[in-house]
Every structure is written in C-alpha cells, then in structure tokens.
Design a protein around this ligand. Structure first.
Ligand SMILES: Cc1ncc(C[n+]2csc(CCOP(=O)(O)OP(=O)(O)O)c2C)c(N)n1
Ligand SMILES: [Mg+2]
Length: 625
C-alpha cells in the first residue's frame, strides 16, 4: 500500500530524479551538483539507470555517450576542475569490465581531490543464477564483487542492495561530493535487479536540496601563531597548491603578496595562482621547478604551503628545503595535508585563511634586499624561457620548447591548456606563462596518460566559449584516442596538439639517468638482434585522428606550426595540429632531484654509475620534524 505522499519509481528512476534536484551553493552562486551523466550501457545498467535516464529526459538529466569508462571519468574530472568543484558529473557503467574500467579514473579523481559520482552496475542482490555473465565468484567471500576494487580509490562507497537503502546512501554521497575537504570519487554500486525494482519513495526525497560548500574560517589560536611565524621569518616563501584554485583564492593570494612582498612558487596544481608576470611569481617549484623558485626554496626559513599536498615532485623527494632552521606553515582545508612536514597548521578555507593573514599582517613587508634578490632570479629565468621559446629559423622542424613558444604566442588569457604525462608536464611547469587562473590545467596527482583528450571534453562542456587545448604525446595518444569520437559527436571544438617523437621521450630520458639505458621506451621495430632498435614504426597518427572525425593540420616547420595553431584556435570544429618534433632536448635541465631508486647491484656499467649519483643525492634528504 502506498503512502499518500509517496511516488512509485524504480530505484534507478528515483536516483536520477534525486540527482536532478541537487544543487551546490558557494558565495551565493548556485549550480547543479550533478549536471549530467556519462554512460556506456551493458547488462547491469541498460534496463536500470539507462531506462531511468531515458524517462527523465535531457532537461532533467543530460546524457553524454562515452567510448571508454575510464575516459568518461576523466571527462567528468576535467569538468569538475574547470568549475572549481562546484559542479560534477555522474558516470554509469555495466557490470564487470565496464565497472572495473572506472578504477583508474576514480584513483585520479580521489588523488586530485576532484568530485565524480560513479554508478557501476553490480551482480544481482537476490542471487537467482550465479555466476552471471562477467561475475567473479570469490570462493570464500560470497559478497565480494569486482566493484570492491573501487573501495580504496573512493572517498565514499556503498552497495545499494535494497531500495530503501538508497535514501541515506544518496544523501551521504552528495555530502562527500560537495565537501571541500572530503571530496573525490564517490561510488554507489547498484545491483542490477535492485535498479529495476519499484518502491514507494517519500516525496521529500525528490525535493530540491542545496549543499552549501563551506569556507571554514581560521581558528584564532592557529591564526595568531601563523602571523607570529610569518613576522619572525626573514626568508618566507609561499608554495601555492591546487587548493587556491579550488577555493577561488587567487585574488586573496595576490592581495597578500602585494601587501607583504612574500614570493610565490607553485606546484603543478597551483600554477596560475598568480599571473606569470606578477613580480612575486617565481613559477614552478621542485623537481620540475624554475631556478628562481628552487634557489629560494633551498634558503627559505619559512615555507608557507597553501592548499598543497607536498608531493615528492614539490619537495624534490625531501631534498629541497635545506635551510638549517626551515619551518613549515600549512594553510589547508584538510588537517591531513596541513600537518605534513611537522608544520604549524592553519586548517581552513584557502581564501578565508589568506584574507585573515592579510588583515593580521597589515604593515608587514619582507626586507627589500630579499625582494631584490628574488626579482633578479625571476628575471634571469624569464630570459631562459625566452631563449628556449625562440625559433630563429622559421623553416626548421620545431623542438618541443619552440612548440610551447608558438602556443604561448597564439593563446589568449582564457585559453585552457591540458596535459598530464610525458615530457610536457616538466617543460610546462618550468616554462609556461600562465595568464588566467584556469589556464594551466595539469593533472599531476596521478599523471595519467590518456587524461588529456577526455578532460578537454569536460572542460569544454564547462566552458563552452573558451578555447581548450589537449597537449598529447604520441604514447599518450595511443593510450586513449577514443574520446575524439565523443568530441565530434557533441560538436565540441576542442583542439589537440599531437606531438610525434616515436615513443616515450620522458621515460627514455629518465631511464638513461637511472641506469635503465632507455630500455623499452622507443617505438621502433624489432632489430636483427631482437631488441627494439630498428626503424621507427610506420604509424600515421594524424590519419588516425582524421579517421575518428577530427580536422587535421600537419605542421612540418615552425612557421607551419604557428599557422596551424592559429587556424585550430579559430575553428569551430575539433581540430588536431600534428607535429613531428626535433628530439634534441632543449628544455632547461632539472634544478632539483627526484627519487627513483637505482639498482643497488648490477652487472651493467650504466646502472653501477647511476647508483653512485643516486646515493649522493639521497644523502641530502631531510626529515622535517
Ligand atoms: C597510464 C599511464 N601509464 C604509464 C605511465 C608512465 N609514463 C609516464 S610518461 C610516459 C611516456 C609518455 O609518452 P608520450 O606521451 O609519447 O610523451 P613523451 O614522453 O614522448 O613526451 C609513460 C609510459 C603513465 N604516466 N600513465
Ligand atoms: Mg612521445
């Protein structure tokens, strides 16, 4: 018997209806919390969530068709990042392989603290005929399904085995997605029989709900201690992390820096927090950082980490901060990150914290010789960037840094440049001149090859009028070109710069420094001696991109590259600029170490030599307590 205020729907229909009524709000701006749903259908969601999406219609819940489940998560992550985590997307999959394809995307989302709602189909809750197609039968734990692989990579996981359990579970899922400290991948595994089951839902379950995205203020005691530490420091350095963007704290950072003269070095996620031409912006920090940042990091007595997780790239694997009395002050919305490196903590929203610091530090400024010193370092680095960007011969094959110079010349302040893996993250972190705060979109928490193209789709969905660029190496392209089809289908004019250098330039270079002799890093035919040292493989990736529906411009010289980039930017179609680069490495070498352990014993000379260097570097590691 139905309750008078109840609505009879299947679990899947109820979930879609519930999701279409959820909103976030921050600073008075309201957005859909789940703005759309990506899906690939098979058994496990075709008759459940698939039917529910059809019934709901595009107005209530826009549907996007992907080609690969991992890629759909990447697209959703790109979307959420572009909107500062105030809006997210859901991803529905079939049972088994469709579901486990989510794992990589989920890890990426959770590591980068970006929200995505995952809705994998799951085995029957009622177990009428196990094993069903694609079921893993665990011999001793009957309730284990392949979806349990999503537990360690999800910030919230539930398997909804009864209809009424959806109510608390869906509410908890929204709480986590909208929580600035908790957010990441959220998984609701949905047994396929339960998805199709009808239930009488209380009407209130479908009422509009607004999830306020809070900005926790700093604790007065922590704030006082932080202010004291900054006043006492003679060489303070801000490490700007991704939390500044998530919190939309760029203006607050600039105000603090303008008032105090404290310089800013940025992580991959934080780059663009200050415009590149601000006198206190020193660019990237750490293993892929600039000399301006890393020289200062070595001699700074107070590191002020704002919204950073302090990865090994940032700390140069624990070797970067070498001042004998260096101390850390961490402003972070998660206590977990704030406490890293035995820091003084300021656990709060980045914008709220930076504004409070600026107020409390009024009248305080770093010594002028310190300012003169870092400004000179910045100027020296800018000359290095100019030199590697410049191409004196227009008719030559471009190097990778000349390619970045050409792109730098064509983009506007709002263009978004996306990359995640290969040799580009290092080159971009060192060289890119970030203008707008959303421009530099590097996924370097998971550094996942294949993120770029689907992420460009998500970014373009979030910012329809903004030119979006996926920068893609040949190895990365081969990992996941599939979503080109999706960009074509959705009519999204994303640009892709496809860089052909016949393999893994990045890992090849790394391999050489760690005694690996470039083993397995080039895309070449097997030679007579059985090794992959023959001719380059005869692939034509430009033709491949064209076959998937992109417009393709092949650029052979610097001049053709400049023209192709401008044409791509002006086009309203998905466009690929394909370029074979001169492999001569032209990017400045690393300013700081990165720990990749080298064989302690080896018969080959290369590894033995590399081990000596390794031990010398490892000896400089510090434990900050
Ligand atoms: C999914 C995934 N697999 C493996 C790696 C390790 N990895 C990092 S960079 C790289 C090679 C990238 O090659 P390409 O895209 O051609 O860029 P290039 O190094 O040539 O600049 C590999 C294999 C990774 N980051 N992601
Ligand atoms: Mg390559």
């Amino acid at each position: 018997m139905s309750h008078p205020t109840s609505i009879r729907l299947t679990v899947a229909q109820a979930l879609v209806r519930f999701l279409s009524a959820q909103y976030t709000e921050r600073d008075g701006v309201r957005r859909r919390l789940i703005a759309g749903t990506w899906g690939i259908f098979g058994h496990g969601n075709v008759a459940g969530v698939g039917q529910a999406l059809l019934e709901a219609g595009e107005d209530a819940m826009p549907y996007h068709q992907g080609r690969n489940e991992q890629a759909m998560v990447h697209a959703a992550v790109g979307y959420a990042r572009q909107l500062n985590r105030l809006s997210a997307q859901a991803v529905t999959t079939s049972i088994g392989p469709g579901a486990t394809n989510l794992v990589t995307g989920a890890a990426l989302a959770t590591i980068n603290r970006l929200p995505v709602l995952l809705l994998p189909g799951d085995y029957f809750a009622t177990r009428p005929a196990d094993p069903l197609l694609q079921q893993l039968e665990h011999p001793t734990e009957a309730d284990v399904s392949v979806n349990d692989t999503l537990r360690p990579v999800s910030r919230y996981f539930d398997r909804v085995t009864r209809p009424e359990a959806l109510i608390p579970s869906a509410l908890q899922a929204m709480r986590v997605l909208a929580d600035p400290a908790e957010t990441g991948a959220v998984t609701l595994a949905l047994p396929q029989d339960v998805q199709a089951e009808a239930f009488d839902w209380p009407e209130e379950f479908f009422a509009e709900r607004v999830w306020h995205v809070r900005r926790p203020a700093p604790d007065p005691v922590e704030l006082a201690a932080a202010v004291q530490a900054i006043r006492a420091a003679s060489r303070p350095l801000i490490v700007a992390g991704g939390g500044i963007h998530h919190s939309e704290a760029e203006e607050a950072l600039k105000a603090l820096v303008d008032a105090t003269g404290i310089p800013v070095a940025s992580t991959q996620a934080g780059k663009g927090s200050l415009r590149h031409d601000h006198p206190a912006d020193l660019g990237g920090i750490g293993h892929t950082g600039t000399a301006a940042s890393d020289d200062l990091a070595r001699t700074a007595d107070l590191i002020i980490g704002v919204g950073t997780r302090y990865t090994d790239f940032t700390t140069a694997s624990g070797t970067l901060f070498q001042h004998p009395d260096v101390r850390f002050l961490n402003l972070n919305i998660t206590a977990f990150d704030a406490h890293k490196l035995a820091a003084r903590t300021l656990v709060c929203d980045a914008r709220a914290g930076l504004e409070a610091l600026a107020r409390a530090l009024e009248g305080h400024r770093v010594d002028s010789p310190y300012e003169t010193e870092y400004r000179a370092g910045k100027e020296r680095w800018e000359q290095i960037v100019e030199a590697v960007y410049r191409a004196d011969d227009d008719s030559a094959v471009p190097t990778q840094t000349q390619l970045l110079g050409a792109l730098d010349a064509v983009v506007g302040d709002d263009d978004v440049v996306i990359n995640a893996a290969g040799s580009l993250p290092g080159d971009l972190h060192k060289l890119w001149r970030a203008r707008g705060p959303r421009q530099y979109h590097l996924e370097y928490g998971y550094s996942c090859m294949g993120y770029e193209i689907p992420a460009a789709i998500g970014v373009q969905q979030a910012a329809p009028d903004t030119p979006v660029w996926a920068l893609v190496g040949d190895g990365t392209y081969l990992m996941m070109p599939t979503e080109i089809v999706t960009a074509v289908q959705e009519g999204l004019p994303v640009n892709m710069v496809l860089i052909q250098n016949h393999g893994y330039a990045s890992i090849g270079g790394l391999s050489e420094t760690v005694g690996g002799e470039r083993f397995g890093t080039a895309y070449r035919h097997r030679a007579a001696d059985g090794t992959f040292t023959g001719a380059p493989l005869p692939v034509d990736l430009a033709a491949n991109a064209a076959s998937l529906g992109m417009d393709v411009l092949r650029a052979k010289t610097v001049r053709e590259l400049r023209e192709a980039l401008a044409t791509a930017r002006a086009s309203d179609r998905p466009t690929c600029v394909y370029v074979e680069t001169d492999p001569t490495p032209t990017a400045p070498p690393a300013e700081a170490w990165w720990d990749v352990p080298v064989a302690e014993v080896a018969s080959r000379e290369a590894a033995a030599g590399a081990r000596q260097t390794y031990e010398r570097e490892a000896a400089t590691r510090r434990r900050h307590l």
